[in-house]
Design a protein around this ligand. Structure first.
Ligand SMILES: O=C(O)CCC(=O)C(=O)O
Ligand SMILES: [Fe+2]
Length: 277
């Protein structure tokens, strides 16, 4: 069955039909998914009944998988990260971010499967950082060229959130030691499409290198607001069996935290990417 695509907004997002992620995709089907991802940046697959192993295997077609330094993972597979409101405070995901940008080689993409959903709420939003970059006035683009920024895991994982539990605190300390702050260009270039994208996010970007902190704060605030203007975004209302795949290099996302005290469980497999340039 050929793959069909139904776009969600002009900026990004498409629902994919005709793909069963519980089966290994043949080369042609995988190439079609890759092409769709390049074009639409975030893809949604409905009614998927996939095991953790199948989710991991699908993600691994794109490259080596990342193991998160803080979030728990499945007992069976370290590459399946668990976002479960019963296990963790997930407040850091209710903030616009690009996953793991605190790494030297941040993820190229993520595969997220909905496992337990509240009846209503718990939507996720994505924004296209290429659409946002394209809409910047030319003088601002020129100003940003060549600037770099610092990304720091500690911004999204502040010590207060780890409470008094010594084990959780020790894990955070280890994660910080293993992931010191990194520098990335403020505008990155997609390695395949060549499109430029804003690559700072509220989640992890702490300052623009070489600028006084107050100037950096003002410029970052302008970029954080610009990148999430409604016309660059989409919002997804999850249904059981949904799987999302996003290009993490040129999008940001925000998990709406509006459903407590209900439980929500998502499983993520995260593909390691290249060093941003
Ligand atoms: O729970 C979600 O919908 C998304 C959470 C998130 O930020 C992620 O999986 O990277
Ligand atoms: Fe995320």
């Amino acid at each position: 069955m050929p793959l069909t695509l139904e776009p969600i907004t002009p900026a990004l997002g498409a629902v994919v039909q005709g793909v069963d992620l519980s089966q290994p995709l043949d080369a042609a089907a995988f190439a079609a998914v890759e092409a769709a991802l390049l074009e639409h940046q975030v893809l949604f697959f409905r009614d998927q009944d996939i095991t953790q192993a199948q989710q991991r295997d699908f993600a691994a077609r794109f490259g080596p998988l990342h193991v998160h330094p803080i979030y728990p993972h499945s007992d069976e597979f370290a590459e399946i990260m668990i976002l479960d409101t019963d296990l963790n405070d997930l407040a850091d995901n209710a903030l616009w971010h690009s996953d793991v940008s605190f790494s030297e080689t941040p993820p190229l993409g993520s595969v997220l499967a909905a496992r337990v959903l509240p009846d209503v709420g718990g939507d996720t939003l994505w924004t296209s950082a290429t659409a946002a970059y394209a809409a910047l006035p030319e003088p601002i683009k020129q100003m940003l060229a060549g600037l770099t920024a610092t990304h720091d895991l500690a911004k999204s994982f502040p010590a207060e959130r780890f409470g008094a539990d010594p084990e959780a605190r020790a894990q955070l300390e280890r994660a910080k030691q293993n992931n010191p702050p990194v520098t990335h260009p403020i505008v990155r270039t997609h390695p395949v499409t060549g499109l430029k994208a804003i690559y700072v996010s509220e989640g992890f970007t702490t300052h623009i290198n070489g600028l006084p902190q107050d100037v950096s704060d003002s410029l970052l605030s302008l970029l954080f607001r610009h990148v999430v203007r409604p016309e660059f975004t989409m919002r997804w209302r999850w249904r059981a069996g949904d799987v999302a795949l996003w290009d993490n290099r040129i999008t940001q996302h925000f998990a709406v935290d509006d459903y407590r005290p209900h439980r929500r469980v998502m499983h993520r497999a995260t593909v390691i990417g290249d060093r941003p340039f």
